[in-house]
Design a protein around this ligand. Sequence first.
Ligand code: ADP
Ligand code: ZN
Ligand code: ZN
Length: 825
Amino acid sequence: MITLFADVILPIPVPNLYTYRVPQEWNEAIKEGQRVVVNFGKGKLYAALVRNIHQKAPEKYAAKYIEHILDAGPVVTNSQFQLWEWMASYYMCTIGEVMNAAFPAALKLGSETKIMLNPSNELSKEILSEKEFLLIDALEIRTEITLIEAAEIVERKTVYPIIKSLIDKGFVLIQEEIKEKYKPKIEEYIRLSAFAEDEENLKNKFSELEKKAFKQLEVLMAFIQLSKRYSGETEEVKKSKLMHVSDASATIINQLVKKSIFEIYTKEISRFEKNNFSNLSEKKLNDVQENVFKKIKNIFLDKDVVLLHGVTSSGKTEVYIQLMQECIASGKQTLYLLPEIALTAQIINRLQKHFGDKVSIYHSKLNDNERVEVWKNVLQKSEKNNSGKIIIGARSALFLPFHDLGLIIVDEEHDTSYKQYDPAPRYNARDSAMYLARIHGAKTLLGSATPSVETYYNAEQGKYGFVEMTERFGGIEMPEIIVADIQEEKRKKIMKSHFSTILLEHLKMALDNKEQAIVFHNRRGFAPVFECDTCGWIPHCIHCDVSLTYHKTAHTMRCHYCGYSLKPPAACEACGATKLKMKGFGTEKIEEELSLFFPTARILRMDLDTTRSKYAHQNIIRDFEDQRIDILVGTQMITKGFDFDNVSVVGILDADSMMNFPDFRSYERSFQLMAQVSGRAGRKNKRGKVIVQTYNPAHSVIQNVVRNDYAAMYKEQILDRKNFFYPPFFRLLKITVKHKDADLLNYAADVLASDLKKTINGKVLGPEYPLVARIKNDYCKTILIKAEREKSIAQTKEILKKSFLHFYENTDFKQVKLVVDVDPN
Ligand code: ADP
Ligand code: ZN
Ligand code: ZN
């Protein structure tokens, strides 16, 4: 009998695959893409993934035996392996790191993984084996145990198969990272009472109200309108909606209940509203859309990627829908990528109206059961399997096991959230999507109102196809952009705190007209700096080189880099003076000040601090859509492609801080942010207004925003990029060198940089301290490589790897960390 060896991917950052010996009785059972249990390092057990099977023993070490095979068949497809390998090589990380990003937790099973009883399991324990029973027993005493602990209870060698079997049987759960408890969302609805349902009775009630309760009659009529009682397709009416539309108080509604006309009932509304697909609707494309749709299909005949540049609200989404329709009709799968989880919630409703249960959603805030469910659906090839056809997701959806992908749509392709910063793989989901499409022979459509300079350049050069939509759907005008000159207002002393009079006037107008407003400010917290008025002392993070941001709600000062926090000091820690002053302002302060200016307005804030829980995004967006909120204050989270009907005014508080950010992309980014947030204004039937507050009204970025002139912005930027050796003409590789000791770091960074300057074919800049020179106790320095495009980037990466090996030959540098970011943001 032959002896087989398996190269496996370990779920830890080791550079190479590791080879294990397959016990001969498993020669038949072992397959590529299966998970196996192996022992690595100092007796640690891991669930690893079989990549290759062969007959060649490793030369440098004696292969240990595989301890167990976990899966009956492969859990990873060949095309997934291809994507992973490309990612590891392109983004310079290990394939184990890619695997960790790709797998839902339930597939991961590491030594530290915790398991717990499944509270909703109703099966009898009789179906358990003796050892399974032992574990369940232990779990009933302790609520959770790690796999290591489990291995002490049952025999070590069998712990993985036992746990897998318990998971499959539904007895235990892998503990989720997000421990969000499911809180149902309850909504109150109004219906007519059984009595009032009768047409005669209703008429009598009408005439009764007409005489002495006119307001109540108004509310009743509004209800009848909303419920579409006399136009066939009756609709359920939310109490909140009725109150808003008829401008009624809860008391009036209660009076109608007392008179036995209304009844209030409650309903738990599903987060995804997945059940009611009875009336699927289809929007017919107008001529412009039809034309664009045909053009895209035409270009796809000989190009793999098309950029659709369409202004905000031009109707791009409907074009996507038609393309997806055709794709799934041909039996293939479609992936619709979005940069932001909150956006997926809004789009899914729209897509489900069209595609019903063929749509699934996938992102990092789903719990693990939900994720595994989508994973399985996508893997299934069956004709009957509807829900694996269309996947909407944030960047991690790239990792799903597609079997036959036909089309990928990358919406808001310019968005920086497509790039993962930390941990590795530091990948850009837009670029990776194009590679994924290539593996499947699929097409990619990039869509944006403000394409990234790189993408637009590729389209200009003919590398991508290009189509344009220059007008908003339905003849709605682009918003009017009004520049508020803060300098001028300050000189005239008419500025009110952080608000120009122009902005306040417009907000007031919107509120008076029962329209909504969005106020954008790209800084969270209350105040970014606390300063001693006497000596100028500023509280800093003890782990990072930044000042602490004051958060008023929590009454703490917090570091936005590491999370360190403390209570604000009563006195200056340097001179002891008690007068501490707050400088600068964040969204929390804006929210508070707005509520002083507009005491009756309903104001809500959307930023990282208010969206930590699982459903927070969705709830805020829904509240705003349903017009339970008048003003939405937020960070860049609120600028993305949301579609709100009733927003007439958008305020941008501090355009300058974006433009002054020291980065070669800051003008592009500022333009994109301002154009995108402006795009939220004036969607339905009215021209919106945008107020941009700045000290530099004449600045070219501001002027380009005012004229909605993407082309002008692009022209200026592409020239700069060329002159200063930036993408798309050069490729960037950023190396961050980190160590706790500043002197050692300085020395190490110098050594590495001078080595690279000798070996790398291209420009090597630095080392220099980044904006924040110390994060989480590590000092950082960055080295930037600008590699010429024509020269092979693969070659540069090979040289880089060799330099790193050379670097670590110096034993003093053993603890120095090197982080490579390819195509940094
Ligand atoms: P974009 O994706 O370019 O921002 P949308 O697709 O969201 O634009 O379209 C803007 C608005 O116009 C939406 O409210 C959408 O419902 C509406 N709309 C777009 N196309 C059509 C169509 N063919 N028929 C009816 N309404 C449409
Ligand atoms: Zn002081
Ligand atoms: Zn910190």
